[in-house]
Unconditional design. Structure first.
Lengths: 229, 229
């Protein structure tokens, strides 16, 4: 499904150079559940942005379902993103002026194959699944941190994506709500054969995955299916 | 130091009423290290905003060093905040157009008793303490999630506050960086006699405190110094 070859990402800030990714190569098959861990600043979100087609690498190759993503146009990548990916961002990226329901409907509007009633039903259903049925009309500023995070999770799932990219999806959730979200991911992965790639800094959360990638200074230093460490 | 009596917070949203705090009473003495836990949406951030004088309760009393905060003017509360509190917000609240150094200097500018050179030195020192010495000129969008969180922590500490309010301060930090931040809080608490009130959803993090408050549906359901549970 996914093949990265020698992917590099360099940021230029005035005279400074930050090499956020330093030659990352990896393969991920359909239906895998991968946890991505590593120190703060090691390049996890940068890697997630590359995999989710949000950002182009400075160099290297990214084959997604056999297609080379790095040479696509902005529109082609945006289209691919909407079709294949559901993305839970580390800082949520919710629209401040839209309420929970409207935020979750957004990917369905972009997909252009749902009526307005279908959008409302699908968005309401997934918001109910993450326990926010009573918060549909709240805007982000009227929601708790963990509720905002769950709106971001609902938005990532509403368009039935083939690949879920989740960047610290339980960072603001108590253990019970965390378990519910992780149970939902596991169900989508095991029964829906949906590929899940999840950044987390909590070993208990990483345990839910079948494979662990460890990043350090922009490079993969460990790639294992022995989840007991 | 802090006494809350029957504090309530009610939000009105159209026809809906959300009772975020339903009669919270508690006392916190100088030098205590308190962890605040509870389910997502239980009122933790609302309680933190009340304690940190960012928001006024709908009813009830808040005595801080013997002064009634609920009857103060907006300016008096802003002054009190800057003098006594350092606040790490759950969503960081950094200025997007300022870099890390400028964000951390902000409380010092408001305090109006430092030269521009003193501000730069104090801000640089605390940013170094949280491991961001090489990121001083990066703006928030050029920082990783955990780096943004550490800028927020540095900003909370730079003005040597008497009370640190930290809302999920390690939510985006790997275990090593987390430990460093918690060690810093412990040092400030044990050696500086600084009062620390910290929201967390991780039991390992809560273990660093001496007292645990458990919130559920806007009410305190447990208040214990037995940290082994
Ligand atoms: N401005 C607002 N208008 C309406 N309701 C609000 C507003 N702000 C917060 N709420 C509601 O008040 C409740 C408490 O919110 P609060 O942010 O204190 O929760 P929390 O315990 O910090 O949750 P989390 O762990 O998810 O951060 C939530 O149910 C939230 O939806
Ligand atoms: N636009 C940018 N310009 C310059 N440097 C950047 C930019 N974005 C990120 N960086 C740097 O690239 C490095 C990797 O960032 P990234 O966000 O991928 O880290 P991360 O592993 O997700 O960290 P965290 O666990 O703290 O979220 C960091 O050191 C960061 O400062
Ligand atoms: Mg990140
Ligand atoms: Mg909160």
């Amino acid at each position: 499904l996914i093949t990265l070859q020698e992917v590099r990402k360099r940021y230029l800030l005035g005279d400074n150079v930050v090499d956020a990714l330093r030659g990352v190569s990896l393969s991920i098959n359909r239906g895998e559940y991968v946890a991505l861990m590593g120190p703060s600043g090691s390049g996890k979100s940068t890697l997630m942005n590359t995999l989710g087609c949000l950002d182009r690498p400075t160099s290297g190759s990214y084959l997604l379902d056999g297609q080379e993503v790095t040479t696509m146009s902005l529109e082609e990548r945006a289209d691919l993103r909407n079709k294949k990916f559901g993305f839970v961002f580390q800082n949520f990226n919710l629209l401040a002026r839209a309420n929970a329901l409207e935020n979750v409907e957004l990917p369905l509007i972009y997909a252009r194959r749902y009526t307005s009633r279908q959008r409302r039903e699908k968005a309401t259903e997934v918001l109910n699944r993450v326990g926010l049925g009573e918060r549909l009309d709240h805007r982000p500023a009227q929601l708790s941190g963990g509720q905002q995070q769950r709106v971001a999770i609902a938005r990532a799932l509403v368009n039935d994506p083939a690949i879920i990219m989740a960047d610290e999806p339980t960072g603001n959730l108590d253990s019970k709500t965390s378990e519910e979200v992780l149970a939902l991911f596991r169900e989508l992965n095991k029964q829906g054969n949906i590929t899940v790639i999840m950044v987390t800094h909590e070993p208990d959360v990483a345990q839910h995955a079948d494979r662990l990638l460890l990043l350090r200074d922009g490079a993969i230093v460990q790639d294992t299916t022995d989840m007991k460490q």
